[in-house]
Design a protein around this ligand. Structure first.
Ligand code: GCO
Ligand code: MG
Length: 408
């Protein structure tokens, strides 16, 4: 079997997605997600202009060799654009291999280690009543673990918080605002640090001690501020505190760790195992947040999780709606197979997105399952996709009240 065609497809059903389609002379088709929110066309060009022709004539079964060929062969390693492009190739080849085997992909990764993957959803509200409503909605949808983001007194907009959920607004569409330039949000870390523990106290009082609760700090704190927050949140028994400090600085977590037993998750903006070297070997985190789509695909993610497993660190794969259903399905096959599964983020795609991407994964009683279709179990409808042309959209930028640009 050889690769005969590699097509890069861009569509925007509610938000932008980049998908790689690899076709073989046997007529098998594999899909890979190459979506990099706000920088989509850079990855599309990397694939179209520099990778697609290299794939023609290759044996699709040689996944490890193709991965090394693209990673080492380019000389310029790592980086989100490169690694998203390589991920798309890797996932598409796994899709083909599993289809050729007539098995769902998780079977090729070692088979199921569990009946389903515990998922967490995103509840948010500017004030406590709307936050509580959002939590209740998620519980009704079947979620058994919930991320909590709330407004901060004095700030008009806050990352991860829907302004008017009553009007049907979901925050997952907001980070990719359709505009020619990013919008600006505001930030005040001291106000945030004063407010967040009161929110978790109220949520625990209302919903009890059992519900696993998560929170995302989105890289906004210094190490000492993060240590303070972790400590303040200890009474509320978080499942994790995510991205408490800017992720590039691995050593920062030493200080945070020394001060708090709140479990820590990091890595959604990482793209190789090297970004975790200190974090894993010194056991500075509890959960690895990488996305399959942004970390070079299934091949390196499996190695990364096996490395993490040696230090009792678990998975918590990134699953916002800017990961396409193809990337989501890839994550679910890994979640089912690996031993050190922790939790899976699941925000749910919009109906338009699911018209383009026909998924077979299921969400039942809080657990996700990738389904039993051969391969990834996701089909891409090109006719429907063509109805949603690319539309520039940007993540917001963040500024302190005096105008200084801050981590977003
Ligand atoms: C999360 C993330 C996302 C990111 C988004 C950026 O934990 O799900 O922080 O919401 O902000 O993926 O594109
Ligand atoms: Mg996050």
């Amino acid at each position: 079997m050889i690769v005969t065609q590699a097509d890069v497809m861009v569509t925007s059903p509610g938000r932008n997605f980049v998908t790689l389609k690899i076709t073989t002379d046997d007529g098998l088709v594999g899909y890979g997600d190459a979506t990099l929110n706000g920088r989509e066309l850079a990855v599309a060009s990397y694939l179209r202009d520099h990778v697609a022709t290299l794939l023609i004539g290759r044996d699709p079964h040689q996944i490890e060799d193709t991965w090394q060929y693209l990673y080492r062969g380019a000389y310029w390693r790592r980086g989100p654009v490169t690694m998203a492009a390589i991920a798309a190739v890797d996932v598409a080849l796994w899709d083909i291999k599993a289809k050729a085997a007539g098995m769902p992909l998780y079977q090729l990764l070692g088979g199921a280690s569990r009946t389903g993957a515990l998922a967490y959803g995103h509840a948010s509200g500017f004030e406590l009543p709307s936050l509580f409503d959002s939590i209740r909605e998620h519980l009704e949808l079947g979620y058994r673990a919930i991320r909590i983001q709330s407004g901060v007194p004095g700030l008009d907009t806050v990352y991860g918080v829907a302004k008017s959920p009553a009007m049907g607004e979901r925050y997952d569409y907001e980070p990719a605002r359709r505009s020619a330039a990013p919008t600006a949000e505001q930030w005040d870390t001291r106000a945030y640090l004063r407010h967040v523990p009161t929110v978790f106290e109220a949520v625990r009082n209302e919903f009890g001690p059992e519900l696993p609760l998560l929170h995302d700090g989105h890289h906004r704190m210094t190490p000492i501020q993060a240590a303070k927050l972790g400590k303040a949140l200890e009474p509320y028994d978080l499942f994790w505190l995510e991205d408490c400090t800017p992720a590039e600085n691995q050593e920062a977590l030493r200080l945070v760790r020394r001060h708090t037993t709140t479990p820590l998750a990091i890595g959604e903006i990482f793209n190789t195992a090297f970004d975790y070297q200190t974090l894993i070997t010194e056991q500075l985190i509890d959960y690895v947040r990488s996305a399959v789509t942004h970390t070079g695909g299934i091949t390196p993610m499996k190695k990364l999780f096996d490395f993490a497993a040696m230090y009792q660190i678990k998975s918590g794969i990134h699953g916002p709606t800017d990961i396409s259903p193809v990337g989501m399905a890839a994550a679910l096959h890994l979640d089912l197979a690996i031993h050190n599964f922790g939790i899976q983020e699941y925000m749910r795609h919009s109906p338009e997105t699911l018209e383009v991407f026909r998924t077979s994964y299921t969400f039942t009683d809080g657990l996700l399952h990738p389904g039993e279709q051969p391969g990834l179990g996701v089909e891409y409808d090109e006719d429907v996709a063509d109805k949603f042309p690319y539309d520039p959209a940007y993540l917001p930028v963040n500024r302190l009240l005096d105008g200084t640009v801050h981590d977003w």
